[in-house]
Design a protein around this ligand. Structure first.
Ligand SMILES: [Fe+2]
Length: 309
């Protein structure tokens, strides 16, 4: 039943601070990939895009959430509200349902979809590959990643003082989203709604990565940037301040992820320990390993108190 034997998963399910990455099979094996497609995707809620302009057959089970459409191919996943859980409370102020897509980029990366998600969940790598990001956001910033109720993982990071948003010069060219709470104009939130939607909430725009696994070692990514209608309708609006920054950063990440994929595919691959700065990666890895054992979307393991991003 489980696509990977318990003895191979056990090191990944150790206590936070003493656990390891997943075994190579999780990133390279075709039967594990197909198992994930059935149990993590078809039997769960998969983001199929923005609701605007999407047509779908009415036998299909879909849910609309903040302007995104999610489909449950098997028809018997738990209710979507249970799936999203308290992520609802954390995204509400950004009013994503009212935002419009102003730009998009499609990428294809020679790496497993979980490597992309693991990369998204830590900034341990930022100081070595993201010089532009480190100019606007301290790579060690942010508090603990948040405790999820639901199938999501993530948490906040800060902007440097004087920086308005994630852009190459730290300046914004759009008004801030209108319903932010105090302090949210200084914060960027990074969330994964399992399995395939990465939602990055900025003070003035929202970026998403929609992961479309094509093969164990290949993932298509649809990246979209959403702004308020007010911003998009202002004369001369140009989203490139946001898209240029993230296109540079995305490509740095894809390069790193492809190198990781080559590593896990090598006969010399040995599993490594997780850093104490990779608590969200720990959550994802334990969610996946528990999912393999339980036969579907599972909860991440709890981390030790005081663990920091
Ligand atoms: Fe990165």
């Amino acid at each position: 039943m489980t696509p990977i034997a318990l003895e191979l998963l056990a090191p990944s399910l150790g206590p936070f601070g003493r656990s390891s990455t997943l075994p190579a099979e999780a990133y390279t094996n075709g039967s594990v990939f197909r198992w994930e497609q059935e149990h993590f995707f078809d039997r769960s809620w998969v983001c199929i895009g923005r609701a605007d302009g999407l047509e779908y057959a009415s036998p299909q089970r879909v849910a609309e959430w903040h302007g995104w459409l999610f489909a449950n191919a098997s028809g018997d996943a738990p209710p979507f509200e249970e799936h999203a859980g308290n992520l609802e409370d954390l995204v509400r102020n950004h009013g994503c349902e009212e935002l419009v897509v102003a730009a998009g980029h499609d990428y294809q990366i020679a790496a497993n979809w979980k490597i992309l998600a693991e990369n998204y969940h830590e900034c341990y790598h930022c100081s070595s590959i993201h010089p532009e990001l480190c100019e606007v956001s301290p790579p060690t910033s942010g508090g603990d990643n948040l405790e999820p109720e639901g199938a999501w993982i993530g948490g906040p990071m800060d902007l440097y003082e004087g920086v308005q948003t994630m852009s190459l010069d730290g300046k914004s060219h759009a008004p801030n989203l209108s319903r932010l709470a105090e302090g949210q104009n200084r914060t960027v939130y990074y969330f994964q709604l399992f399995p395939n939607l990465l939602i990055s909430l900025h003070p003035d725009y929202v970026m998403t990565h929609r992961l479309l696994p094509l093969a164990p070692d290949c993932t298509a990514v649809e990246c979209e940037w959403l702004f308020s209608r007010e911003a998009v309708e202002q004369g001369g609006f140009d989203p490139s301040y946001a898209t240029d920054f993230w296109d540079v950063t995305n490509r740095q990440d894809w390069h790193a992820c492809e190198a990781v994929q080559r590593g896990v595919s090598s006969r010399g691959y040995r599993r490594g320990p997780l850093s104490p700065r990779e608590d969200a990666v720990y959550q994802l890895i334990t969610m996946v390993a528990n999912g393999y054992l339980e036969g579907g979307v599972a909860r991440p393991a709890s981390r030790a108190p005081g663990a920091r991003r």
